[in-house]
Design a protein around this ligand. Structure first.
Ligand SMILES: *Cc1c(COP(=O)(O)O)cnc(C)c1O
Length: 391
């Protein structure tokens, strides 16, 4: 297994050829200087890297404790860290001679990111989405169509993400000669968790360079939100060998751990198999995958990337949570104090960082990975606070 007892590729036989082909290609190109150069070039010229490491001076003063820095992934093209990964995988697809990208999406963020790189690289794009989500996310559906993607509305079962995954996988298995399956987080069967981490580790590499320049030392904490875990593993990876740097992942506690409305996979999950990987999974009494909930569409996932399950087991990363209410308060606070509207996903990491910073002496340094911008969330936050914005 790739990550201690976690990882692997638990797949039905009809997908084994398709996945083997991705693994071979990843092994062939991951250390290829021309491939790495092309990836770096697009990260810089298209995505806008390196993203700033910003010292949040007013936030730090207001909290009265540790210095807080924000890694500004929200400033990337399309507004989050997701662009790093989709560029990497789409370039690999091209090297493999694929004509088409296929992906599934729930809230639509990953679908839009995938459609974006398809447009950039002149690839066809097919996004599978549950019919219920298609209805709820009309704006993202229209964006994907503007970007040239075909959106397939999946009518099976509960007509949400799970059915969209099944539908996209079946389609891929029948047409993998021409299609590349593009996964949106550090999850799924090997080699995806490792590959997505490799495309996202630029975040931590940049943080290290930037903080050494600004402070002449490593940070004491790096904090990131965890859904599938791609922004977090991207921010953490380069710091894993540095024992003085404490790494903290923050997951979504939704309405609270004492309710069934949360996505606390690291806190309450058990070892199991989901989406082709062995990892921590939230299971119900019958041993079935639990329905999950969070105010944040990016964090309501009943599994987690297998590398996080491993880093938890070896105690290199510590995992905490933040509730909807705590995340919304952090969202409002950062907006008010710094003039930065964070994604509601990132606001979970911020919520934990804010409470931690207050308890620490002034010479400590915290870096929070601001995984995305919050423009997409404003309407939803208004509703959470009890008023409806009609446009
Ligand atoms: C998708 C998303 C996430 C959650 O995904 P990870 O793979 O856990 O990083 C977090 N933040 C933002 C802004 C997202 O769009």
């Amino acid at each position: 297994m790739e990550f201690g007892q976690f990882g692997g590729a638990y797949l039905p036989p009809y997908l084994l050829t398709a996945i083997k082909e991705v693994e071979d290609a990843y092994n062939k190109f991951k250390d290829d200087p021309a491939f790495i150069e092309e990836f770096k070039d697009l990260l810089n010229t298209y995505a806008g890297r390196p993203s700033n490491l910003y010292f949040a001076k007013r936030l730090t003063e207001c909290l009265g404790g540790a210095k807080v820095y924000l890694k500004r992934e929200d400033l990337n093209h399309t507004g989050s860290h997701k662009i790093n990964n989709v560029i990497g995988q789409a370039l690999l697809a091209k090297r493999m001679g694929k004509k088409k990208l296929i992906a599934e999406t729930g809230a639509g963020q990953h679908g839009v990111a995938t459609a974006t790189v398809a447009a950039l690289l002149g690839l066809e794009c097919e996004i599978h989405m549950g019919a219920v989500d298609v209805e709820k996310q009309a704006l993202n559906v229209y964006k994907m169509q503007l970007l040239g993607a075909t959106v397939v509305s999946v009518q099976e079962g509960l007509r949400t993400l799970k059915e969209a995954v099944d539908s996209a996988l079946i389609k891929w298995s029948t047409e993998h000669e021409s299609m590349f399956y593009l996964i949106g987080s550090a999850v799924g069967p090997h080699p995806y968790p490792m590959m997505v981490r490799d495309f996202q580790k630029v975040i931590g590499i940049e943080i290290k360079e930037q903080i050494l320049k600004l402070e002449n030392r490593l940070p004491d904490y790096v904090i990131a939100c965890v859904g599938g875990g791609s922004n977090a593993i991207g921010a953490f990876f380069d710091f894993i060998p540095d024992p003085t740097v404490k790494l903290i992942g923050v997951e979504a506690l939704g309405k609270g751990l004492d309710t069934n409305l949360h996505a606390a996979t690291m806190t309450l999950g058990q070892t199991g198999v989901i989406h082709g990987m062995k990892t921590k999974v939230l299971l119900d009494d019958k041993g079935e995958i639990s329905p999950v909930y969070s105010i944040s569409a990016g964090l309501d996932y009943p599994g987690v990337g297998p590398e996080h399950a491993y880093l938890d087991e070896i105690k290199r990363v510590t995992y905490f949570g933040a509730t909807d209410e705590e995340a919304v308060q952090a969202f409002e606070y950062l907006t008010l104090i710094e003039g930065i509207i964070p994604a509601i996903e990132s606001s979970h990491a911020l919520a934990y960082a804010i409470s931690l910073a207050k308890t620490l002496p002034k010479d400590q340094i915290i870096v929070v990975n601001l995984s995305g911008r919050g423009d997409k969330d404003v309407k939803h936050i208004a509703r959470f606070r009890g008023f409806e914005i009609v446009d």
